[in-house]
Design a protein around this ligand. Structure first.
Ligand code: SF4
Length: 335
């Protein structure tokens, strides 16, 4: 099967082939985020045909730069992880086993989406941020704003690779003095998080569809405040210890458990790979505290809204739990 280069992301096939040949790798893994898993078969065929290497596709979830398939990594010489950049997570390391990040840069122009976003942008100073897929187009976006008399600014996270780049759990680039924020990219996960963590109005412009959505800091925060208030009377907590290597925080999980017990509450450590509704429903606890991906609590809020029967699945982040037990003030939730 011919590998399609017309797909809107650059899979860097040439670089992958070179890297495999240079390292004389005989067995490689590929790990793709959900949105591009449909390309896995063509990609595996193309790599195998060009290098002769055996290709193993990761069938596990792939939510972020933190989410490396470390079990597959043990079976291969190189694991190609697509769609993210290396960030400061604890990644599994073994001599001779390497994780190679392929960023999946978009080949789509951002100008039409930014032009459209101008209609929604009210302020004069606009902080522009994006995911790694569009980060090479940030200057074009700034130029469009400048043509319209707006000043574009951006920041940089110390743990991310590019200026203006955000991650689902790192919005440092958006924390700049500005009137509002323009996010360039798809979906609601990043712009909702930016609004939540900055408290600002965020205009999200999707370069693939040129559709706009607006997210409001107050609304996103209100949802979390309600979730915290609902866990106020809980006395038994399940402290979730994520076992994925980039999300595993045993020190924090133990600390939270001890803090809860010191305050006369009951707390249990529950270790899991995939944190799902079905995986949690069986436990007799009043609320869960998630020490893995800090954004997962927002997904569980949607589940709670549509929840069946009388069983309420309440989940807090570590910081939110600290508010419940009085260790952190409300106003310190989003520094
Ligand atoms: S911890 Fe969550 S938000 Fe952060 S990179 Fe991993 S999956 Fe994304």
């Amino acid at each position: 099967m011919e590998f399609s280069l017309s797909y809107p992301y650059n899979f860097e096939l040439e670089r992958i082939v070179e890297h495999i040949k240079e390292n004389r790798a005989r067995r490689v893994g590929i790990q793709l985020p959900e949105g591009v898993k449909s390309m896995a078969i063509e990609l595996a065929d193309a790599i195998a045909a060009r290098t002769g290497a055996e290709v193993i596709i990761s069938g596990n979830s792939c939510y972020g730069a933190c989410d490396i398939d470390d079990k597959l990594l043990k079976l291969v010489d190189i694991l190609f992880h697509f769609g993210h950049t290396r960030a400061e997570f604890e990644l599994p390391g073994r001599p001779g086993r390497e994780v190679c990040f392929i960023e999946l840069r978009s080949e789509v122009e951002v100008k039409p989406a930014v032009n459209k976003a101008i209609e929604e942008i009210r302020g004069e100073q606009v902080c522009v941020v994006t995911t790694v897929q569009h980060v090479h187009r940030l200057k074009e976006a700034m130029a469009v704003l400048a043509q319209e008399g707006k000043e574009g600014v951006t920041g940089k996270s110390p743990r991310l690779r590019y200026e203006g780049q955000v991650l689902g759990c790192d919005f440092s680039a958006a924390k700049m003095p500005c009137d509002e924020i323009l996010f360039i990219g798809s979906g609601s996960f990043h712009p909702a998080g930016i609004a939540l963590y900055t408290g600002m109005r965020v205009v999200a412009a999707d370069p693939f569809t040129t559709q706009l959505r607006v997210f409001y800091g107050e609304e996103e925060r209100k949802r979390r405040y309600i979730a915290i208030a609902r866990a106020w009377d809980a006395s038994t907590f399940g402290i979730i210890l994520g076992l994925k290597s980039g999300q595993c925080n045993p020190g924090e999980a133990r600390r939270l458990k001890e803090e809860a017990i010191r305050r006369g509450l009951n707390a249990y450590l529950i270790a899991m790979d995939e944190i799902t509704e079905d995986g949690l429903l069986g436990y007799k606890v009043d609320a869960f505290v998630n020490t893995a991906c800090p954004r997962l609590v927002e997904d569980f809020l949607h589940l709670q809204a549509q929840h069946r029967g009388d069983k309420q699945l309440r989940m807090l982040s570590a910081r939110e739990f600290e508010v419940v037990i009085g260790r952190r003030k409300w106003e310190e939730l989003y520094p």
